[in-house]
Design a protein around this ligand. Structure first.
Ligand code: BTN
Length: 246
């Protein structure tokens, strides 16, 4: 998969720019929209994505994954999470890197990257997908009330070239995506995702609308929902934002 590249000094949000271009009919091939600064970076829900200008990676992959059925859209989450996992693990070999469901990247118990995917469905396929990635690279101080941010420089004391990191992430992503049609790849992807999933198979505390409980992650279903089993053996399934990791 080859990407067109659009690079900006400043945008409101790379996801928003991708959607605007798609809606104007100006995108027809896979395109990476990369901005050195976002004035209104979007996180999940109403959250703002903090990223100091010129220090980090903020980009969106705009693509047309028409061979993926809407019910299988979690595959895109897994592919981008694994691509980030591979690159961050390579640059921070000494620390435990994990994917926090559904698609945050953690170093230990701190968040180094977040992903915001926006899919546009037509009929029975994903017509257009924007996969927005914020990777904290050379920023040392975070001002927002995000609970536990970290960055590559905080973890290693080293400055990284964001362009090199971007290239590596895109290489992993393209390799996964190009091989998706291969029979067993989606299973391999899912196995790798679980192998690197934060808190997989270990009891921890969670909170849902009923209150706090202790449970273990047992897996993720094909819709991307989190499967937990409580200490009492009760099985529970959650969509995103329906359960909080404590
Ligand atoms: C989250 O963890 O809440 C998701 C954060 C996603 C941030 C990235 S930065 C590039 C892209 N453009 C945006 O406005 N948001 C995503």
């Amino acid at each position: 998969m080859e990407f067109n590249h659009l690079t900006f000094q400043e945008l409101d949000s790379t996801n928003e720019e991708a959607i605007r271009l798609y809606q104007k009919g100006e995108l027809s091939t896979p395109t990476v929209i990369h901005s050195h600064y976002q004035s209104n970076g979007k996180g999940y829900g109403d959250n703002y994505w903090e990223s100091a200008g010129g220090k980090n990676l903020t980009f969106s992959i705009a693509c047309f994954p028409r061979m993926i059925e809407p019910s299988d859209q979690f595959i895109l989450t897994q592919i981008i999470s694994l691509s980030l996992w591979a690159v961050v693990s390579e640059v921070i070999p000494a620390k435990k890197i994990a994917i926090k469901w559904p698609n945050d990247l953690y170093v230990g118990n701190k968040k180094v990257a977040g992903v915001l995917i926006q899919n546009f469905i037509k009929g029975n396929s994903i017509d257009f997908s924007v996969i927005g990635v914020g990777l904290n690279v050379n920023q040392k101080v975070f001002l927002s009330d995000a609970p536990n941010p970290t960055s590559l420089i905080i973890e290693t004391g080293k400055i990284f070239d964001t362009e090199v990191l971007l290239k590596k992430i895109l290489q992993h992503f393209a390799t996964y995506k190009n091989n998706l049609a291969a029979l067993s790849l989606s299973e391999t992807i899912h196995t790798r995702y679980l192998e690197n999933l934060y808190r997989f198979g270990v009891f921890h505390r969670y909170k849902d609308k009923e209150g706090i409980f202790t449970a273990e992650i047992t897996g993720i279903n094909s819709f991307g929902q989190l499967k937990l089993i409580t200490k009492k053996g009760e099985k529970r399934v959650y969509g995103f934002k329906e359960v909080e990791f404590l």
